[in-house]
Design a protein around this ligand. Structure first.
Ligand code: FES
Length: 262
């Protein structure tokens, strides 16, 4: 049985619980989690340890009300007991001095990120943290993350705090742009892709650079090279690029043989 020592609401549905667990507080490492159970027949819930206080012999858990079990846990008040709590479990995060570390967390995910950010900072790294939430109220642990980061970028989906991405521009291998577009589509971010097509005449005559955009044929040389990424048929582009691969390998081989003979 582990006692709840303090309870703070980050928002209506996100609660920070400080739980008495002196041995876990001592042994835990960044990345470790615990499994908690509320009630004898309760579901076992894994929760990453967000923080620990050795003097108070406590660990901090951040819980979002999602289903029955998390609701039961969040309903506990200071002085109540968690039926059981096992840990620390899992392999700790591998921490070493690598240089610059980019740490990204969204919503309640910022809680387990905090000990990792601290550990990388203590190991001598430059830490850039990106923390996000759907809106300002759902951005949590900002001060704590700031204290261990060299730079902090805050993003909110609705732009109510920090930054909001209004436009994405992508340029690079077609496969990369395809997945970039897939991601930005999920978040409704207008995206421009700059295509690198095969070209011959460059004046819209030969058709070598044709692509399908919004179901219509377009020529990269005269209509592009920039198009609305959400309308581009990247699969067609990838298939066409692949179609020339064998010819290109064969040509390259010929050139190399000629160079050797020369
Ligand atoms: Fe020929 Fe664009 S390069 S149509």
């Amino acid at each position: 049985m582990n006692k709840i020592l303090s309870k703070t609401y980050f928002s209506e549905k996100v609660v920070k619980l400080e739980v008495e667990a002196p041995l876990i507080a001592k042994a835990r490492k960044p990345g470790n989690f615990v499994i908690v159970r509320v009630g004898e027949k309760g579901e076992r819930m894994p929760l990453t340890i967000a923080d620990a206080n050795l003097e108070r012999g406590s660990i901090t858990l951040v819980v979002q009300v999602m289903g029955v079990s998390s609701r039961k846990l969040c309903a506990l008040e200071v002085g109540d007991y968690i039926t059981d709590l096992v840990g620390p479990l899992g392999k700790p995060t591998h921490i070493e001095k690598v240089g610059t570390v980019l740490a990204c967390g969204g919503g309640v995910g910022v809680a387990p990120l905090l000990p990792i950010v601290r550990a990388f900072k203590e190991a001598g790294n430059r830490v850039v943290s990106v923390i996000a939430g759907r809106n300002k109220d759902l951005v949590i642990l900002e001060d704590e993350i700031r204290a261990s980061s060299d730079e902090v970028i805050i993003m909110t989906d609705d732009g109510s705090y920090g930054k909001k991405v209004d436009l994405a521009v992508t340029k690079g291998p077609a496969i990369m742009m395809k997945f970039c577009e897939k991601l930005t589509r999920k978040y409704d971010i207008p995206t421009v892709a700059s295509l690198n097509a095969l070209m011959v005449d460059g004046t819209g005559m030969c058709g070598a650079c044709r692509v399908t955009v919004g179901g219509k044929t377009r020529f990269t040389c005269v209509d592009g090279p920039e198009f609305d990424a959400h309308l581009i048929d990247f699969d067609e582009i990838l298939a066409r690029l692949g179609g020339f691969k064998d010819t290109e390998v064969a040509k390259l081989h010929d050139v190399e043989v000629k160079q050797e003979d020369a």
